[in-house]
Design a protein around this ligand. Structure first.
Ligand code: C5P
Length: 413
């Protein structure tokens, strides 16, 4: 049995990454306190550089406390031994992130102006530049801003956002800065290799809910965490991700298109509707095997003689097996949770469902937990992966799937 290395499973998402986080002037500076906290918590080292205007909105003292490093605001800061702050501060950086990026700062970047430390540092950089715009909707829509943003994109700068919604000035529209959590997700995604660029990935996740009557139903303990983690990892790897989710209380991962369903039949219909546009189908959902034939239209009442209700069950369609048997199927990946003898049942299930790859959960206790341990079953044999947090395990699984899924056409298994 092959075994993959545990070294790949560093628990901190941004461990080893050094970021220069540059603040230009705008009310969205308040969001950078939280963004800094998220980046530091994820293992990044964060060097804050602020424009003079940014210090009007949030103090360098706050940013120093949150980043744990001295904050730089001036080109003439004598703390850097050779007085070359504009060069030295970025040389160790894996990326410079400008957040918030004001209208004026974007204009400066587009024209290569260098009239303060932050703008000079950006022009002198030898690492990627990410900008997170934040401004009033009219300022965003202004043709000059749009020209400048197009110029930045053409220069290879990553533009994250902006978001749409209520603005500090009371107006509503495009231009507000992405929330700190979305900015954090976009930065994490930036660092992931784009091994699924241009691929279309369809994922089912969570349980299904099969009604007995309008208020009751049958479901299971699937939390959806593994499927959502795979959707996030696939999107971070550059895929176009469509997530069909049963009833779960989870946030939609950054950049993922989500479709909510309740029943197995609805999940089946949503999946079959989407398969023509799919390169890779990953069935993670814990789909109910049966549903009640003719769920009651009204709430089932207790009776005076305590008679128990009786239900007739009918089998739900097997979504994965149905997709795998289509004439021109996407590359299909199944999951299996067994209560025992996984090594026998896993391979048997893979062959029966006619899929090239089946991922078996080791142990029946994975539902709702944050970590998991899995085994890959395929015709050529078995590969065991180390126990890991579901988010990191998802990244490993996406790498394994990307290696196997053929490019430029589907796979007839
Ligand atoms: O047969 P079993 O439920 O153990 O198979 C599990 C795998 O098949 C999972 O990938 C699950 O998402 C998928 N499945 C499905 N439709 C069903 C039952 C299971 O897609 N009705």
């Amino acid at each position: 049995m092959a075994r993959l290395t545990e070294a790949a499973l560093d628990t901190a998402e941004l461990a080893g990454k050094h970021l220069v986080l540059g603040l230009s002037g705008g009310i969205a500076c308040y969001k950078i306190a939280e963004l800094t906290r998220l980046l530091v918590k994820a293992g990044a080292t964060v060097q804050i550089v602020m424009t003079e205007a940014a210090t009007q909105f949030i103090t360098p003292v706050t940013m120093q406390a949150l980043s744990g490093r001295p904050v730089y605001t001036s080109q003439w800061d004598a703390r850097i031994a050779n007085n070359m702050a504009h060069i030295d501060l970025s040389r160790e950086a894996d990326a410079i992130v400008i957040a918030p990026a004001s209208t004026d700062f974007i204009a400066k970047l587009a024209h290569g102006n260098c009239d303060d430390l932050l703008s000079t540092l950006c022009v002198a950089r030898d690492c990627p530049l990410l900008v997170v715009p934040a401004m009033n909707r009219q300022m965003w829509q202004n043709p000059a801003t749009q020209r400048n943003v197009a110029q930045l994109r053409a220069d290879g700068v990553q533009v994250l956002g902006p978001d749409s919604g209520a603005q500090a000035c009371g107006e509503v529209g495009d231009g507000r800065m992405l929330e700190p959590s979305a900015t954090f997700e976009a930065i994490c995604a930036f660092f992931q290799p784009k091994i699924l660029q241009g691929r279309r990935v369809l994922i089912t996740a969570g349980p299904t809910f099969e009604p007995l009557d309008p208020v009751r139903g049958i479901t299971n303990r699937s939390s959806g965490k593994m499927g959502f983690a795979l959707a996030r990892a696939a999107a971070q790897a550059g895929a176009d991700v469509h997530l069909v989710a049963g009833p779960v209380a989870l946030e939609t991962p950054w950049g993922v298109y989500r479709e909510d369903v309740q029943t197995a039949q609805q999940m089946h219909d949503a999946v079959l509707h989407a398969t023509a546009d799919t390169d890779i189908f990953i069935a993670v959902a814990a789909v109910a095997d049966w549903r009640v034939d003719h769920a009651s239209e009204h709430k089932i009442k207790k009776t005076a003689d305590h008679a128990m209700p009786t239900f007739t069950f009918i089998e739900n369609p097997d979504i994965l097996a149905t997709v795998a048997r289509l004439p021109n199927p996407p590359y299909c990946v199944g999951f299996a949770a067994e209560s025992g003898n996984l090594e026998v049942h896993g391979e048997e299930k893979r062959a029966r469902k006619n899929v090239p790859l089946l991922i078996g959960n080791l142990g029946p206790l994975t539902f709702g937990l944050d970590d998991n341990e899995v085994v890959l079953f395929e015709a050529s044999g078995i590969t065991r992966l180390p126990r890991a947090d579901k988010k990191l395990l998802a990244r490993l699984l996406i790498a394994e799937i990307a290696k196997r899924a053929p490019r430029g056409g589907s796979l007839l298994s």
